[in-house]
Design a protein around this ligand. Structure first.
Ligand code: HEC
Length: 119
């Protein structure tokens, strides 16, 4: 036989809401995005995407901007041009690239060869 008090207590237990067991959603914290890791930095792609629509042929021929292949500028002058741009002609990229990226871009420009002449 069932004692009234005990039966009531059991009923309350089984019918009780389970909401308090829900855990907070840890996955809601989004991972940081937007900063390209140096590992996936591809200077050729960067140049094509960022500079190529003005410096044509990967910098080999003149387009909206001059040919960069064979430039007579010094490294320092190239850095300055990339960082500061040229008002009304070329956008400034200060803040867009890190030092390693600038170095890679200069190396890329220095190593440009006319298309079709091999490596
Ligand atoms: C909106 C078009 C445009 C974009 C985009 C652009 N440039 Fe230029 N760039 C120019 C123009 C125009 C000049 C020539 C400016 C002048 O001296 O009158 C120039 C000049 C230069 C020079 C100097 C060349 C020389 O011999 O005088 C360098 C180096 C250069 N750009 C590199 C870059 C790099 C690297 C990028 C990408 C990060 C880039 N540019 C993106 C238009 C552009």
């Amino acid at each position: 036989m069932c004692v009234l008090v005990a039966c009531t207590a059991r009923a309350a237990e089984t019918n009780g809401p389970m909401s308090s067991t829900k855990k907070p959603d840890a996955a809601a914290a989004a991972p940081a995005t937007g900063t390209a890791a140096p590992a996936d930095f591809d200077v050729e792609k960067l140049f094509a995407n960022t500079c190529g629509w003005c410096h044509s042929g990967g910098g080999r021929v003149a387009g909206k901007g001059p040919q960069l292949m064979g430039t007579t500028l010094t490294d320092a002058e190239i850095v300055q041009r990339i960082m500061l741009g040229k008002p009304g002609a070329m956008p400034a990229f200060a803040g867009a690239f890190g030092g390693d990226q600038i170095t890679a871009i200069i190396k890329y420009i220095r190593e440009l060869k006319p298309e079709g002449t091999g490596k």
